[in-house]
Design a binder for this molecule. Structure first.
Ligand SMILES: Cc1cc2nc3c(=O)[nH]c(=O)nc-3n(C[C@H](O)[C@H](O)[C@H](O)COP(=O)(O)O)c2cc1C
Length: 346
């Protein structure tokens, strides 16, 4: 079924088919059709960051930036859905074209640039919902806000969404907002994270609800840089690390017509680099912080490989575009089997 839909959708411009698919899912959701999508399968839950995830497989950020279709996406079986990246004010993002499919590599290059309707719209969408899984909100800064003032944008987003989010992710690893990735290093990282952690703690003290804060990092770092980032995040008291975002490397797609397109490369070509980051983090962190593994998952075995590398949960984006809902089912079944075997000590 998805193969048929895919062959039609892939005939359209990549962004047009993206918008059309989300519109259809959102419309189906409004018509009460989500119950026909399958819903959450019965699996062993996974406890991470103080939250109970119905299964280990989530939808990565960027597909449903405005939270317009997350209930329908969730009904496909995802144990968690991360909406966003959202910024304080709505913004158009980069000029089109900015989204490119590389089917020969099961890959995508994007330079969307945080196109989104702004945090007020997103809040209106998540204020009340019927998704039974875990809802994450991924936050960023507006293009017009300088990197020096970024913390205020992240804080504004966090404070707007915290009453309605199950967890929040600070995205400091998109390659498509100039200077954003510099926030991953040294003092800039500590200065960005400290007010977010303080706001999380303030909210918990006042409302009695802890909303964990995760940070999403890039794959384009040396092992020493990964360890330094990890140390800062532990010292600052964040709750989890999401590894990874898209890569700037084009090594795996040399010679492709889109090789020179600017932006982040995702899908199969980023798989090994992402898994490597998960491994380095896991060996360095020794269970002090949970890791959510994302990048290039296009089979159940790929999802399990991330868990074996040290991730507790996984997320999928590009693989879902290429394989559709079948991949979600397969990844859930494989990761569920992995956890059940662990329980049995196999
Ligand atoms: C078109 C597109 C848009 C994305 N937008 C975001 C975003 O807004 N925020 C974010 O944190 N990650 C974003 N990502 C990165 C994904 O969440 C994910 O980290 C990355 O694509 C690697 O996973 P994958 O290989 O399964 O796609 C985007 C990815 C794609 C392909």
């Amino acid at each position: 079924m998805y193969q048929l839909a895919r062959s039609l959708l892939f005939k359209l411009d990549a962004e047009v088919s993206h918008e059309l698919s989300l519109d259809l899912l959102a419309a189906g959701s409004r018509l009460g059709l989500n119950k026909f999508l399958g819903g959450l399968p019965s699996t062993r839950p996974v406890d991470v960051m103080g939250l109970r995830f119905p299964n280990a497989v989530g939808l990565a950020a960027g597909l449903d930036k405005n939270a317009d279709a997350f209930e329908a996406l969730g009904a496909l079986g995802f144990g968690f859905v991360e909406v966003g990246t959202v910024t304080p004010k709505g913004q158009a993002g980069n000029p089109k074209p900015r989204l490119f499919r590389l089917p020969e590599h099961e890959a995508i290059i994007n330079r969307m640039g945080f196109n989104n309707k702004g945090v007020d719209h997103l809040v209106s969408r998540i204020k009340s919902h019927r998704y039974p899984g875990v809802l994450g909100v991924n936050i960023g800064k507006n293009l017009t806000t300088s990197v020096e003032d970024a913390a205020a944008d992240y804080l504004a987003c966090l404070e707007s969404v915290i009453p309605y989010a199950d967890y929040i992710t600070a995205n400091i690893s998109s390659p498509n907002t100039p200077g954003l990735r510099s926030l991953q290093f040294g003092e800039s990282l500590a200065q960005l994270i400290a007010p977010l952690v303080a706001a999380r703690d303030r909210y918990e003290a006042e409302q009695g609800k802890r909303v964990p804060l995760a940070v999403k990092i890039a794959p384009d770092m040396t092992d020493d840089e990964i360890k330094m980032v990890a140390d800062t995040l532990v010292a600052q008291g964040v709750d989890g690390i999401i590894a990874t975002n898209t890569t700037l490397s084009r090594d795996a797609v040399v010679g492709h017509a889109f090789e020179k397109e600017a932006g982040g490369l995702s899908g199969a070509p980023v798989r090994d680099a992402s898994t490597h980051v998960v491994k380095v983090l896991a060996e360095h962190l020794k269970d002090t912080l949970p890791i959510i593994g994302v990048g290039g998952i296009s089979s159940g075995a790929d999802a399990v490989e991330k868990l074996q590398a040290g991730a507790r949960l996984v997320q999928i984006y590009s693989g879902f575009i290429y394989h559709g809902p079948e991949l979600i089912k397969e990844a859930i079944a494989s990761t569920d089997a992995y956890y059940r075997e662990l329980d049995l000590g196999i």
